[in-house]
Ligand binder design. Structure first.
Ligand code: ZN
Ligand code: ZN
Length: 120
């Protein structure tokens, strides 16, 4: 068992900007990072996007529905996965790779962002 990389278990909730989509996350944070690839910039309108990585099983939609966006930048996060957003307000809630059982939640959509602790 590795002693580096503390796995933190969380139980928290999140939502989109308009409030039509709500979700809970219950499980372990498997990683956290910033991405500043062009796909992430276009998807969010920001320079650097903070993510936490969790198992798909940890994420539960509790209200509303999500739409999938296939980005068109042709780089990194658009090439390797798709974006899940609120069809009403367009807020991206998470990114999911084409392969694998993990998803990256956009930290800004969490109600409690203190689970993320990387310096910008
Ligand atoms: Zn919304
Ligand atoms: Zn990216």
């Amino acid at each position: 068992m590795s002693t580096s990389g503390v796995v933190k278990t969380i139980q928290t909730s999140g939502s989109c900007h308009c409030g039509k989509v709500e979700y809970t996350v219950s499980g372990s944070i498997l990683g956290q990072s910033y991405c500043d690839c062009k796909a992430c910039q276009k998807a969010t309108g920001t320079l650097k996007v903070p993510f936490i990585t969790v198992s798909r099983d940890s994420f539960s939609l509790t209200q509303g529905e999500l739409s999938i966006v296939h980005g068109s930048t042709g780089v990194k996060c658009d090439n390797y996965g798709v974006w899940y957003h609120c069809p009403e307000c367009g807020t991206n809630l998470y990114w999911a790779p084409h392969q694998g059982e993990q998803i990256d939640i956009l930290v800004g959509t969490l109600d409690d962002v203190s689970v993320f602790n990387l310096k910008a």
